[in-house]
Write a protein that binds this ligand. Sequence first.
Ligand SMILES: [Zn+2]
Length: 391
Amino acid sequence: MTAPANPAPSARRLRTRATLLAVLGEHGTLSRAEISRLTGLSRSAVSSAVTDLLDEGLAGETTATTATGRGRRAAAVTLRRAHALVLAFDFGHTHVTAAVADTTGALLGEATAHLDVDNHPREVLDAARTLADRALAAAGHTLDAITAVAAGIPGALDTRTNVVRAPSTLSQWIGMDPAAELGRLFGRPVTVGNDAEMGARGERAHSDGQAVNDLIYVKASTGIGAGLLLDGRIYRGASGISGEIGHIQLPDTGTWCRCGNRGCLESVASIVEVRRRLAHVLSPGARESVELPPLGELAAVPAAARVIGEAGRTIGRVLADLVNCLNPAAIVIGGELGLAGAPLIHGIRESVDRYAQPAVAEAVEIRASRLGLRSELYGAVDAAVAAAVAG
Ligand SMILES: [Zn+2]
């Protein structure tokens, strides 16, 4: 999707867009003047919203198909696949969410299951089918209404072969082609990308009306990966495995990583490590694994905030190099660690200010995702809509 050149305030823009999609969905083909008359929106508001829809490929324009009141032929706007619905999946390490959405990106139905995704690919695919049926039922539709499917998976996907590669937390998925497997289940073309890439797409699609062309989305969870939106495009790299920042080495750490190296970022700052340290700080000496309150609440406890801030500074040390290299406008932190909020973001900011060049550090906004844990799901919706519109 192309971001508009002159974005209006988001809420109004989204309302205008929804109104246009509704009126075009109802009437089929309309001139701009007719849209303005039917919706009560100003000609300029209609014109700018139509331009957005044309840019995004959601609408097409034809000339000499609609006569205006004065008998003059005017350009007419038609919604492409007005009633197309898409199916989107967010695969995490311990959950799968399915959602049904329309081409505006609005979610119509949703279903989630918690299960061991990494170790049981077959069961996960069965669950995907069941969850899709539940999401479709919630939306009041059947699979017949779905024109495209997209999924984000928490592992490295080789775009040359479509198969899952190591280093991957999805060890039982290595060598599998998730797009082909899901395609067999649903009988539709399926777009699959890694979760961080989908997160970057989700953040762009819900960027509050701001044009975002250079954004780094960090999924900070069991693994730590980055989705790179560069110059308005998702950057996947030569074989689709860009953004593996979890395996960038930190100086002065000797912790073994699951990739076989020592001192990787995710071996010291993954949610698993942060939780382990929080448990140690909050319940020193506890032998059993401790049930921790949600990270967002812990941020208010000074000792916990220190642990979280330290993880932020560690992640920020790696992000500072990325900031030096790519000069992004925004870094958005998602994943479970992103829910820790202020202490984490302050820690990251501190390291970026300390280690990145002042001019690039100053240019980057660093924030937690406003979508909570849903950036990946919204990104998968965005990818499915793009496929539906192109198809
Ligand atoms: Zn590693």
